[in-house]
Design a protein around this ligand. Sequence first.
Ligand SMILES: Nc1ncnc2c1ncn2[C@@H]1O[C@H](COP(=O)(O)OP(=O)(O)OP(=O)(O)O)[C@@H](O)[C@H]1O
Length: 316
Amino acid sequence: MTTPTLAIATNHLSYKYANGSTGLADITLQLPWGTRTLLIGSNGAGKSTLLKLLAGKTLSSIGEVLIGGHDPFRGGSDATHITTYLGTEWASNPIVRRDIPVTVLIDSVGGSVFPERRDLLVKLLDVDLRWRMHQVSDGERRRVQLVMGLLKPWKVLLLDEVTVDLDVQVRYELLDFLKQETEERECSIIYATHIFDGLGNWPTNVVHIQAGRVLKNLDYQKDISFVDGSADEKNGSSGDLQESFKFINEQQLLINKIKSLHPLALDWLVNDLSSRGTRVEDKNRVKWDDLKSQLEKFYDGSSDRITEYFKRNRTS
Ligand SMILES: Nc1ncnc2c1ncn2[C@@H]1O[C@H](COP(=O)(O)OP(=O)(O)OP(=O)(O)O)[C@@H](O)[C@H]1O
């Protein structure tokens, strides 16, 4: 079977939430097989919204999404079949906090069907097979989620901040493994994170998203060769891309030195903030006092259950 050239393609994809707010606006992306795309954006930029649309968890009637050539919304079981989405919400599912042996959980998603991958992932993510799920820490629970999620050989992997509570060593091992996967078999990854350390040489593509729009979409590997002196090869690039290359050029020494995308991400996020304006400057922003009557109506006296809950659970 021949696989379509593109792992992930979106065409003018837009999404509005039920309250009318913009989730995504006019996103067009073309990501080939073998790519590792890092999604960079400030809180609320639209990263999770995009990943959920790609995973077919959220539907949009505006624009198009193709995963391996299949539409995950409209009769797209082929697309959902090849896609693995791992988000942070998994860990708060009460089922994975019950007294269940970790072996039972891993087996329930095919641990015995993929024994080699299972053993490799258990070792890589340092999972103790004697663990029971009600006795593990948040980071340990996250490692179990990753073993389960990565077990089946996915073709498209969508990671939404799932490395945030891993310790540094396990995170590096995982990133290396994922890199190797995209180099050895036909698959692709999109990874949304706020932690940029150790990612200097990881991505093939870097996408900057702000207020639901893609501001930059860089072929990161080409940028590196540009810095190495092959500027003439970029004659056909758009002005915007040239500008990005120039910026990367300035940041490259630092990125190489500390192997982190932190300087690039920081620059983008600082620009996001200045183009949005600070919240204090936003004249349309609702003030606390504007909502006083709403608060009074909602709380209806001191016996409110929410107030009581937080009083009871106060730690300090
Ligand atoms: N159910 C919802 N209804 C209305 N607006 C929503 C809803 N969920 C998210 N949003 C808004 O959509 C925007 C994008 O949210 P999203 O979760 O995609 O951001 P993000 O880039 O993943 O942020 P973070 O880095 O904080 O996880 C935000 O402004 C958020 O407030």
